[in-house]
Write a protein that binds this ligand. Sequence first.
Ligand code: 5AD
Ligand code: FES
Length: 350
Amino acid sequence: MNVTEKLLHRQKMTKEDFITLLGFSENPEIKEQLREEALRLRKKYYGTKVFTRGLIEFTNYCKNNCYYCGIRGGNRNAVRYRLSREEILACCQEGYGLGFRTFVLQGGEDPFYTDDVIASLVREIKKSYPDCALTLSIGEKSLESYRLFREAGADRYLLRHETADEEHYRQLHPDKMRLENRKRCLWNLKSLGYQVGAGMMVGSPGQSIHTLAEDLLFLQDLQPQMAGLGPFIPHHDTVFAKEPAGSVELTLYLLSLVRILLPEVLLPATTALGTLDPSGREKGLMYGANVVMPNLSPLKNRRQYELYDHKICTGEEAAECRSCLERRVNAAGFTLVSERGDAWQPAEEV
Ligand code: 5AD
Ligand code: FES
């Protein structure tokens, strides 16, 4: 059996298998074969549904200094903001009215929001919107903190691993950040019963077919319910300012590959993909993605959550983003739905 058949038959893949598969990324026939299988699987589990998440970027303060990121702590030019509890709740209220049934609280690693503050925010949102899922995306915390948030009612957690290769991880992060910690966090989150999202940028400086193969091995091992995959885009105030952006085509190939590797995965067509290519998100859906994450953050702060240059959707109201995305999703032949959009589970386990 060749590697494509191995993947299609859900055999356990080795690093060598992934390296071979990645070598086919520019082979149009194989790319199309994987795309069709990815679409078949997303239809099997999710029909034509596309789930939507209301993203609330509530702080751009960050104590970390990841070399690729525009809001890294060391960037003195970043204009910092924090949303108050009231502002965050107002975003949820607006989002609920627009049909969002998942809210994602995302921010830099900002110690201003203590664990107790986050937990009480989670409790309040879950009490006000019991029919909604709440996702946190606030970085590396202790097992105890994750437990506190989970007990407060958080349902999901997004923490991209960024790269599963040690050496590459060091190229992207200062010495005090460790891949080992990152991975431990993801396993801890899983053990607490969160729906977990891992993932990586495509085309980050130093990435190779070998590091990507490690990423795929890690995803195969972790079996996350969600996977975030978007192209790297340089930010002018980072060490990687002059580095080239990642490839849209390779991102699309990887979306199909990840859909086949983890058939029930919740896979967003990311803003970064839409930033590099005006129809990037529609293409993402055509290659196996089934989630979109429009922005619910207050308009006045949108531009400030600048992870990379030229980020789209920074000038539109939440309602505009929602209807724009609805049009795009429909144009791609799918249906934007107003549901929590949990990961698919076999009936007997529900
Ligand atoms: N280009 C693309 N994605 C980025 N992220 C951070 N900086 C960049 C960049 N320059 C991604 C990281 C992070 C997520 C919130 O945004 O993968 O986990
Ligand atoms: Fe934000 Fe189109 S999705 S403007």
